[in-house]
Design a protein around this ligand. Structure first.
Ligand SMILES: Cc1cc2nc3c(=O)[nH]c(=O)nc-3n(C[C@H](O)[C@H](O)[C@H](O)COP(=O)(O)OP(=O)(O)OC[C@H]3O[C@@H](n4cnc5c(N)ncnc54)[C@H](O)[C@@H]3O)c2cc1C
Length: 373
């Protein structure tokens, strides 16, 4: 066994960390308070290859692997949850299915501009009546001549109105399929960004589809295989959300360490009080455990080995750990932790999503239980 990162991963980690320290972290509070979409940061990420990190070079990507993508999302999450979720959704949920199932023509047309950061992507699975149980979707595509005609609605699309391309999970007959829909196609309309508890810079939309026509060649992958294809996409996406959770936890932990070093009470620094020091010890331990679960799941994928169970374990543990770590980081800050002056308040709200998106904790336990029982 070798727990050292390879040099390419260490260099990537250093490069993204520097970028996040200079460009992402200083803007995180402003992004949260204003709710503005961090276009400027994303534009700066594109030339570094971060928006197509694990996409093959021949399609405009940086040719990295899943471990590299996890390291990148961890580092971005350490600085800003909103920016991290935008990138995780773009790369894992939108580039992911195109890279997995796209034809050569689809990859050239859609994946390439996404990988170089010219356009963002979004994935629409969830509907008002179907989230965890995606078999309940009602939005349908009907074939008419050489076109699909799409009607229905989707919910909670991360990057929705900012995206140039939407990958939609739809009924086609009595089964489901994925269809690529340009975001500016007539009949596509988005609601206002949802008012959320956190992740204010990552916009989430309801989507309405009214007689949207796209060519039949926009079918992605195999007709009728939408559900298994979705599960495959989510396997990788969950490593990404695990990595983002890990980064959020790391950011909260670092803030708590610094605060506990500087703040004094009862004649000593906070970190000299055993109750606080033990909280920090638990946080560090949970972060380390999350990191190895996330890196291991990514490594399995990069080895071409099965990783469904490990991806769910990583997502489940890291997201729940991030919540506990953020909670304790806030506690260590006392009253200041409840103030927007300190980053832990934002991280606490941002981390809360991680046990819900891309499959709730309960769904992860279902997946794991089926693979261990
Ligand atoms: C900020 C944000 C961003 C999102 N981004 C996207 C996106 O980009 N694309 C997209 O398609 N979706 C997105 N989602 C939707 C997200 O994936 C769903 O909210 C999530 O999968 C849960 O679905 P639901 O909300 O319909 O809850 P439900 O499925 O209704 O679940 C409600 C509760 O019941 C529990 N439950 C359900 N079934 C079971 C079971 N069998 N056993 C035990 N408990 C169960 C769930 O765990 C949960 O606690 C996003 C959501 C949010 C909040």
């Amino acid at each position: 066994m070798d727990f050292e990162l390879a040099e390419e991963h260490r260099l990537l980690q250093r490069m993204v960390r520097d970028f996040v320290d200079k460009e992402v972290m200083p803007r995180a509070r402003q992004v949260d308070e204003s709710g503005e979409f961090p276009w400027e940061t994303l534009r700066a990420m594109a030339p570094l290859g971060l928006l197509g990190l694990n996409i093959p070079e021949k399609y405009g990507g940086a040719g990295g692997d899943q471990l590299g993508a996890a390291i990148m999302l961890e580092e971005i999450g350490r600085g800003c949850g909103s920016t991290g979720l935008i990138v995780a959704a773009h790369l894992g949920l939108a580039c992911g299915p195109l890279a997995l199932f796209g034809s050569e023509g689809q990859k050239r047309k859609w994946l390439e501009p996404m990988a170089i950061g010219q356009i963002l992507g979004a994935l629409g699975l969830t509907e008002p009546g179907a989230g965890s149980d995606l078999r309940g979707i009602r939005t349908a595509a009907v074939r008419r001549g050489d076109e699909w005609v799409i009607n229905g609605s989707k919910m909670w699309l991360t990057n929705g109105a900012e995206a140039g391309v939407l990958i939609l999970f739809l009924r086609t007959g009595d089964r489901s399929s994925h269809i690529i829909v340009p975001a500016d196609a007539p009949g596509v309309s988005f609601g206002r960004p949802e008012k959320k508890m956190g992740l204010h810079g990552s916009h989430t939309y309801a989507l309405t589809l009214e007689d949207v026509h796209v060519p039949t060649e926009n079918l992605l992958g195999v007709e009728g295989r939408g559900l298994p294809q979705t599960m495959q996409v989510l396997d990788s996406g969950r490593i990404g959300i695990g990595a983002l959770s890990l980064g959020l936890a790391q950011g909260a932990y670092e803030a708590a360490c610094e605060y506990a070093r500087l703040r004094r009470a009862f004649g000593q620094r906070l970190n000299q009080h055993e109750a606080v020091a033990f909280m920090l010890a638990d946080m560090a331990t949970e972060i380390q455990a999350s990191r190895w679960l996330v890196y291991h799941a990514a490594w399995l994928k990069d080895q071409g080995r099965p990783f469904t169970k490990e991806a769910s374990m990583a997502k489940l543990f890291a997201s729940e750990a991030a919540e506990r770590v953020a909670r304790n980081a806030l506690q260590i800050h006392g009253g200041n932790g409840y103030s927007q002056e300190y980053p832990v308040e934002r991280i606490y709200r941002d981390a809360r999503l991680m046990t819900i998106g891309e499959g709730t904790s309960e769904v992860q336990r279902l997946v794991i239980s089926r693979l261990v029982a």
